[in-house]
Design a protein around this ligand. Structure first.
Ligand SMILES: Nc1nc2c(ncn2[C@@H]2O[C@H](COP(=O)(O)OP(=O)(O)OP(=O)(O)O)[C@@H](O)[C@H]2O)c(=O)[nH]1
Ligand SMILES: [Mg+2]
Length: 486
């Protein structure tokens, strides 16, 4: 044993020299005592810092804006950038949402095909919709739906019950509301339009539901949880299996010339709608499909109520801090639930989609979506409760604005005050930003800085850079509020 200790390189290195004088021994002992004191001091400092961090109240951020403005997608960007482990763990849970979105696309088409085959007229003269629609050439030859389409409809029939299963698994019975995504934008809906174009599911706890009820104590509860889990897994496998077996037919339906012509004539721009996945059918209709980051960004699941998400920042200026991000439902019926959260939040990220100047609210077809965003912004800016809160504006969906303008839509038809200004994305976003700024300056109870970002939050790379700026600004506001600086 003794020999082994003697040969240990560390023991050898710290051993006093063999011929040490008494003076040398004293000064060595003093140096060692000093080193120990410094080390203890550092330990104490680290402990104190850790305790201080623990005591620091979390940074609270509220995501606000109308429905489909991109709040939940912004939250996903926060999670992807700052809670990487959780993000990776949860990727698979999003499969159900992507599958549901895909089936929603399929059933939108099948319902339109059915109404064409039944001879239901096109509803371009929908009196509710004030949106000017380009005239349809009545001399166009009739659409030729054949037996092939009838067969496709039959073969895709099992997808109806799969959609129902997916809705059930996502946590609640679907809440039906008239969606704007076919209705706005100059697009026509069939007279016999399906009851629910968009499926609304209660997003609270759906990931947990999908993972099934774990951790309950009584044996009955465990048994029940076990059987829920088994049912969930069986349902999930069945959905994936049926979608995989229908993949080729779904593709045939989507690529069919008559279907494409029908969508064009009805001005249904399905590929610009939230949760469009038909173009990815080869990838999604696979038994081993796992959503990519990009799929999750594009997946659409409406938020109901107020969802609280805690993120522990591990790097960057906010390292060591907890942020609580509140993601809220944006439709009109959801908005009263926002107010209790105004009290002690550090910052608000307000999302206004800039592509929707020609669209109507899904929940009230008399209201233009851009006008609704202005009104909501005005209400937030004038709130006395929020007088000291930092408000950051995301003018979102810039990618869709560009696309819409490129397709020839004239903004001044819908926003006459734009006048003769250029009809390009830069000019239009600057014009909208100026309007938001004027409301902000005019309505804020106290002077504060106007911060605006032009965003397309489905683009994680660009959004990551925006979030870095947001992180620094929110942190400053938080520290200022906590009286730690200034
Ligand atoms: N192309 C594009 N799509 C976007 C953008 N932002 C959001 N989306 C999509 O729009 C849809 C709606 O976005 P959400 O983040 O769910 O909207 P929300 O504000 O949370 O809506 P509610 O929960 O109903 O209040 C999703 O399918 C997103 O992928 C964007 O900048 N560009
Ligand atoms: Mg949401």
């Amino acid at each position: 044993m003794g020999r082994q200790a003697d040969e240990d390189p560390l023991s050898l290195a710290i051993q006093p020299p063999p011929n040490e004088t008494p003076e040398q021994r004293d000064s060595r002992l003093q140096a060692e005592a000093l080193a120990r004191r410094i080390s203890n001091d550092i330990d104490e400092e680290l402990k104190a810092e850790k305790a201080a961090l623990k005591k620091k109240p979390p940074v609270k951020v509220l995501l606000l804006g109308q429905s489909e403005s991109g709040k939940s997608t912004t939250l996903k960007n926060f999670q992807m950038n700052y809670a990487k482990n959780t993000w990776a763990e949860e990727l698979a849970s999003w499969r159900t949402v992507v599958q549901l979105n895909l089936l929603r696309n399929v059933h939108t088409i099948l319902d339109l095909v059915s109404s064409e085959m039944d001879g239901t007229p096109d509803s371009s003269a929908d009196s509710e919709d004030e949106t000017p629609t380009p005239s349809i050439d009545d001399r166009q030859p009739p659409l030729r739906f054949t037996e092939k389409h009838g067969v496709l409809k039959l073969r895709l029939l099992p997808l109806r019950s799969v959609q129902k299963d997916l809705e059930d698994r996502l946590g609640a019975s679907s809440v039906e509301e008239n969606s704007g995504y076919l209705a706005g934008n100059g697009m026509n809906t069939p007279k016999s339009k399906p009851k629910s174009q968009e499926v609304f599911v209660r997003s609270s706890g759906w990931k947990t539901t999908l993972r099934a009820a774990n951790g309950r104590r009584s044996s009955d509860a465990r048994h029940e949880a076990g059987s829920v889990r088994r049912t969930t897994e069986v349902d999930a496998r069945r959905a994936t299996e049926v979608i995989a077996s229908c993949g080729d037919d779904i593709k045939t339906l989507w690529e069919d010339e008559t279907v494409q012509e029908m969508l064009k004539r009805r001005r249904v721009r399905l590929d610009d709608t939230p949760g469009f996945f038909l173009a990815d059918i080869d990838r999604i209709a696979r038994r081993d499909y796992v959503p990519s980051d990009n799929d999750v960004m594009r997946a659409r699941l409406r938020t109901l109520g107020v969802q609280e998400h805690k993120i522990h920042f591990q790097e960057g200026p906010a390292a060591g801090m907890d942020w609580i991000i509140y993601d809220v439902g944006g439709s009109r019926t959801q908005r009263p639930a926002w107010f209790p959260y105004f009290d002690d939040c550090d910052a608000i990220i307000f999302l206004a989609p800039v592509n929707c100047f020609d669209e109507k609210l899904a929940e009230d077809r008399r209201v233009n979506r851009l006008e609704d965003s202005y009104a909501l912004w005005k209400m937030i800016c004038s709130s006395k409760l929020l007088a000291k809160t930092q408000i950051i504006l995301f003018l979102n969906k810039c990618d869709l604005l560009e696309k819409k303008l490129r397709s020839g839509v004239k903004v001044n038809k819908f926003v006459p005050s734009l006048g003769d200004r250029k009809n390009d994305a830069h000019t239009v976003t600057q014009y909208f930003a100026q309007h938001f700024k004027e409301i902000f300056k005019h309505c804020s109870p106290e002077p504060r800085s106007f911060r605006v970002h032009l965003t397309s939050v489905v683009d994680p790379k660009a959004t990551s850079l925006t979030l870095q700026v947001v992180e620094e600004n929110v942190l400053k506001a938080h520290l200022r509020k906590a009286d730690l600086i200034e």
